[in-house]
Structure formats: structure tokens, C-alpha cells
Design a protein around this ligand. Structure first.
Ligand SMILES: [Zn+2]
Length: 440
């Protein structure tokens, strides 16, 4: 018992914000409620659009007496954000903002994320909390290979790592050979980028004559901005000889820093700032903990642009069960996919991440694959292109490999999806988010 207590105290002492991360759940919920009430009141009083949306839903700030009353508030959708672009949902003066980010806008009007000084402080703290939990310390050298610019990713990692006191190398994305050279020269210990890019970097390192496992000081991978499977994680960890951690966030909420992944690889929601709901994507009804549905977030400390009941389109589960790491912060599962990524193939719901998991379970496959979607009359059909590893390619008998993958996919989805094995280095590589699904 004593040794248990000892371990418990040690782990708690090692949290970045122990007061919050190990706060009893009922206290945490009281804190959430107080902050939610304040946020709703402020949005209603200061912002015309929120005022009208709440009125139309027949709800006033005084109606929010418990966290359950969240369900009385209207949802905020991506379309709403586009409608109020760029500053229609701002709850402060633009003069009060000190930083602005935006999504790429490749699928329409970009989403704008303005920050006050207070918002930047919250962002910095939640990122430091997450990176500390991943094992980052002052002695680390972070190679920050997310794209700098309007995208939140790189900036969030930089802020959090600097708060810890680590050395940040703001290299940005691209120029992969230079990345490898500097990784060696600067003694990089932590790498932040998309998971698919980290695999490409390992490929380039090999081309340059390095052994990714032996020739670098790298020990931590901090990956996000893509849905990636546990099997992909194992592959990356094996390839680089590192521990790979997931980061999750959205421009609408704060950028990266929405969750903290612990050493047990569970995603703890930073629930002192973000309140989670899981809803049925079709009906919008709240679902109980443990059920799979669409993630909805409400920010309860954000000043410039509080997102109230924002529908993320991301499919996951939520749980308030305790975690062995000692954190009481609730847990969300890894993202199965965006509801936009969901495909219906011969009547079966398919997420690219499920296919990825099946592919990666077969020995001899690399992390490079592409799903080719075709629309034939009213039916969608799908096929898979995958690259084997160099060694597996050299062995030949690639039909066997294709068949094994087909069987593995069938075991997961109960669907026969044709698999084409293509030579190594033929599927285009991405420096940011990989394009896993192409339409023909
Ligand atoms: Zn944990």
C-alpha cells in the first residue's frame, strides 16, 4: 500500500498542472459549470449573433443551472462559422486580440481563430501540459516540422515547448534532406509533424545513408493533424525507435492542446477549458459516456471567440473512468475519422482509418497507401493501392501480399476491396496532411 501511495504521489507531482489534472471529478465539473455560465452570459451580452441564436432557441443565460443544461443551447456548425466569417462571433474588440490563425480554407471559407492575450496564455499552458505529459523537459530539442503560417499547429507546439524551456527549432515543413541534416547536427530529441511526414522523413534518412534508429538522438514523436491508426503509430515507433504521442486540436477550439496524452496513451481532455459532449450525428441527441458519436466542444475560458457547442464532425468515444496515470481529466478515444471522411461502400460504412489499421497489420507493408474511390452509376466502389517495404518488394510474389491485405480488410469490414501492390516510392508523399483518399 505504501509503495502504491508513493508511486501515486510521484506521478501526481510530475504533472504540469497537478491541481487541475488530478482534481476530483465533481470539483472539476463545478469549475466547468461556473466557467460555462460565465461564457454563455458573456456571449449573450456582447455578441449579436450569439444573442440571436440563443433567443431563437428560447434559452437565456439564466437557464444554464447545470452542465446538463448545455443541451438547451443551439449547436454551432462549420456553416455558421462560414456565415459569420471573419469576425461575426468575436466577443471582444479586435483591438483586444493579439494573434490570429485560420484554417487552410481548401474546402471553403477558412475558419478564423482570433486570440486575446489571455487566450494565448491558455493555449501555451495546455500545450505545455500536453508536452510535459509526453515526457518533454527543458533539456529537449524540438524540431518543429509543422508548417508555420496561419495554421495553428506549429505555433501551439512552439509556445508549449518554450514554456517548458525546451529548445525549439522552428524549421517548418518541407526541405526534407535539410531536416535530416539538422536533426543530426542539432541533436534533435523531439519531432513534431504529421505522422505520415515522419515516415517519409525516415525514408529520406535511409536514402541519405542513416539508420533512423541508431544515428539520431530522437526519442519523442509529437504527431497530429491527421487521423492515424494504432498500427500506424507502432510502425512509426519501430521505424525511428521513439515513443509517438498523439496531439489533437482544432482551429475552432484553440488549435492543438485540446487533449493531453498520458504515458498510458490515453487522451485526457483539458476539461478545465473544454467541455465535451458526444452526440448522435444524425439526430443531434446527446449520447451517454462510452458510446461512439460526434464530438462537440464548448470552450469555457476562451475570450475572443468562445465556441459554444461546436460540432467537430469527428467520431470518437468519451469516458470519465479513472486512468492508471492518476489524472482525473476525462478521456476521449482516438478519432475514428471525420464524419466527412466516412464512405458508404456497398452499403457498409467505412472509415479510411479502419483500412489503414488492416493494411498495417500485414507484414511487409509500408505506411504508404492510397484509397481510390470511384463512383459507378449510384454505387461507390473502392480499391486500395499500397507500397510494400523495399525488402518485401525485392522478395517478389506480390500477389500473395495483395491477397493477405484483402483478407485482413475483409476480416475488419466484411467487404472485398481489391488491392494493388505498387512499387516503392510511387505514391505521392505529402509534407503536411497526407491525401489518403483520391476520387477517380
Ligand atoms: Zn492517463
Amino acid at each position: 500500500m505504501l509503495s502504491f501511495l508513493y508511486c501515486y504521489c510521484i506521478s501526481i507531482m510530475d504533472f504540469w498542472s497537478p491541481d487541475i489534472e488530478a482534481m476530483p471529478l465533481d470539483e472539476l465539473k463545478e469549475l466547468q459549470l461556473r466557467r460555462l455560465q460565465k461564457t454563455v452570459r458573456r456571449a449573450y451580452d456582447t455578441n449579436e449573433a450569439y444573442h440571436r441564436l440563443f433567443k431563437e432557441a428560447g434559452v437565456a443565460p439564466g437557464d444554464i443551472r447545470s452542465l446538463d443544461d448545455l443541451a438547451r443551447l443551439p449547436f454551432l456548425t462549420k456553416d455558421d462559422l462560414r456565415h459569420y466569417y471573419p469576425f461575426g462571433l468575436l466577443c471582444v474588440e479586435t483591438d483586444d486580440c493579439v494573434e490570429l490563425h485560420a484554417s487552410s480554407g481548401t474546402t471553403g471559407t477558412p475558419v478564423v481563430g482570433p486570440y486575446t492575450r489571455g487566450d494565448v496564455e491558455v493555449w501555451t499552458e495546455v500545450m505545455a501540459r500536453a508536452l510535459w505529459a509526453n515526457g518533454m523537459r527543458q533539456s529537449d530539442v524540438l524540431q518543429n516540422a509543422y508548417g508555420y503560417g496561419l495554421f495553428t499547429g506549429a505555433h501551439g507546439f512552439e509556445k508549449g515547448a518554450q514554456r517548458i524551456g525546451a529548445l525549439v527549432v522552428p524549421i517548418g515543413s518541407g526541405n526534407t534532406r535539410r531536416q535530416i541534416t539538422l536533426m543530426k547536427d542539432f541533436g534533435t530529441t523531439a519531432l513534431s509533424c504529421t505522422p505520415s511526414y515522419s515516415l517519409y522523413m525516415a525514408e529520406v534518412a535511409r536514402e541519405m545513408g542513416f539508420d533512423p534508429r541508431e544515428d539520431f538522438r530522437l526519442r519523442l514523436g509529437l504527431f497530429g493533424a491527421e487521423a492515424w491508426s494504432d498500427e500506424m503509430r507502432a510502425k512509426i515507433e519501430e521505424e525511428w525507435g521513439i515513443v509517438a504521442h498523439e496531439h489533437y486540436g482544432l482551429t475552432e477550439i484553440i488549435g492543438p492542446g485540446v487533449v493531453t496524452e498520458c504515458s498510458h496513451k490515453r487522451l485526457h481532455v483539458n476539461a478545465d477549458h473544454f467541455v465535451t459532449e458526444i452526440i448522435d450525428p444524425q439526430t443531434g441527441e446527446q449520447l451517454p459516456p462510452g458510446e461512439e458519436g460526434e464530438l462537440v466542444f464548448t470552450t469555457v475560458t476562451k475570450e475572443a471567440f468562445p465556441a459554444i457547442r461546436f460540432r467537430t464532425g469527428d467520431i470518437a468515444r468519451y469516458s470519465e473512468e479513472p486512468c492508471a496515470c492518476g489524472r482525473t481529466l476525462p478521456v476521449q478515444s482516438r478519432i475514428k475519422g471525420r464524419s466527412d471522411d466516412m464512405m458508404k461502400i456497398k452499403g457498409v460504412i467505412v472509415f479510411p482509418s479502419q483500412i489503414e489499421a488492416a493494411i498495417m497489420a500485414v507484414e511487409g507493408t509500408s505506411g504508404n497507401y492510397q484509397l481510390v474511390k470511384r463512383k459507378q452509376r449510384e454505387m461507390n466502389s473502392l480499391s486500395i493501392k499500397i507500397e510494400p517495404t523495399e525488402e518485401r518488394h525485392a522478395q517478389g510474389h506480390l500477389d500473395d501480399l495483395a491477397q493477405k491485405i484483402e483478407e485482413e480488410v475483409y476480416a475488419v469490414l466484411n467487404l472485398h476491396i481489391p488491392v494493388e501492390v505498387v512499387p516503392p516510392n510511387t505514391i505521392p508523399r505529402s509534407l503536411g496532411k497526407a491525401k489518403r483518399v483520391v476520387e477517380e
